[in-house]
Design a protein around this ligand. Structure first.
Ligand SMILES: NC(=O)c1ccc[n+]([C@@H]2O[C@H](COP(=O)([O-])OP(=O)(O)OC[C@H]3O[C@@H](n4cnc5c(N)ncnc54)[C@H](OP(=O)(O)O)[C@@H]3O)[C@@H](O)[C@H]2O)c1
Length: 287
């Protein structure tokens, strides 16, 4: 039987990125999409992963599933390790056994956060949280069979689920002032743009395996990010810049986690929107 369309399997599709991929599926009629959540396909179950992938035989598997509760990971390290660290290896084994491809999503938290120039794909990693450590192990496991692209991203937000943008909107609408850290620097990323990038890779003639970085263009602190949100809504709430030490959290956050995106731009010809422009698009949607 001749297969006319390529099949894309998305795991963990109830999250921010998964929902954005669902939204974009109609723009890609050349693909048959299969969206799974943890009840359809639990990627921590090695046997289920092999059975599912053998049955469906997806041309490309996009893994959006992850243990993303960064603070909880500090006390649930074994759960985080299974989902972030080991499960990408199950996907790599199963997809490579049928000669197919894997796109796995990783994070800026693989970097420790010291530095002042954007991290390249081959910059030394040095995670300082359980989340970052487990995601770094997941990268290696995803790539061990040589059939994977690992896409590191950062500061994801969207109109789906809970995220920084929605938290700031909620707090600023009901408080006269909010405090936000100014000494953590990165690049916000609209999950919609990341989903576009993932699908651009799926559509490209070349599937060049390895690690890539993708965030929106531009750099800011969480304080700048919050201020932009509050100003967009015209809330009268004041945004007060504070140091990270004012907000002790179980997990360490990288102080500097800007990613250099030249490789993905040159390999896949991507034009990446600036974070402020994408934030406005997302805020209009949330409205
Ligand atoms: N959020 C960020 O700021 C950020 C930053 C950098 C990188 N990333 C990375 O970007 C990727 C996407 O993040 P996101 O924000 O879209 O994540 P998300 O919204 O937290 O979604 C993660 C999804 O994983 C699913 N999941 C959990 N356990 C599973 C299992 N055993 N099997 C299958 N699915 C399972 C969850 O489904 P259930 O609800 O059914 O459990 C959830 O829908 C992740 O790899 C994350 O590490 C995120």
């Amino acid at each position: 039987m001749v297969k006319s369309k390529h099949t894309i399997l998305v795991t963990g599709s109830n999250g921010q990125l998964g929902n954005e991929l669902k939204r974009l599926q109609h723009e890609y009629p050349e693909f048959d999409f299969i969206f799974t959540d943890s009840s359809d396909l639990d990627i921590t179950n090695k046997e289920s992963v092999h059975k599912y992938i053998n049955r469906v035989k997806p041309d490309i598997t996009i893994n959006c599933a992850a243990y993303t509760a960064v603070d909880d990971a500090e006390t649930n390290a074994s759960d985080a390790m299974l989902l972030n660290g080991e499960a990408p290896g199950f996907l790599a084994d199963a997809t490579s056994q049928i000669g197919k491809k894997l796109i796995h999503i990783s994070t800026d938290y693989v970097f420790g956060g010291s530095g002042n120039t954007p991290f390249k794909e081959n910059s030394p990693t040095n995670p300082n949280s359980v989340y970052g450590k487990t995601k770094l192990i997941g990268e290696a496991n995803a790539m061990k069979m040589g059939n994977a692209i690992v896409l590191r991203t950062a500061w994801l937000y969207s109109s789906f689920g809970n995220n920084f943008v929605k938290t700031i909107k909620r707090l600023a609408s009901s408080n006269y002032e909010i405090k936000v850290v100014f000494d953590q620097i990165g690049s916000p990323t609209w999950a919609h743009d990341l989903a576009q990038a993932v699908l651009a890779i799926c559509s490209a003639p070349n599937f060049t395996t390895g690690i890539y970085h993708y965030t929106n263009e531009g750099v800011c602190s969480w304080y700048d990010f919050a201020l932009e949100i509050v100003n967009w809504y015209n809330y009268s709430c004041s945004v007060i810049p504070v140091e990270t030490s004012s907000f002790p959290r179980p997990a360490n956050r990288p102080a500097y986690s800007v990613l250099n995106k030249n490789l993905i731009k040159s390999t896949y010809g991507l034009a990446i929107p600036h974070w402020k422009k994408s934030l406005q698009c997302c805020l209009k949607e949330i409205e």
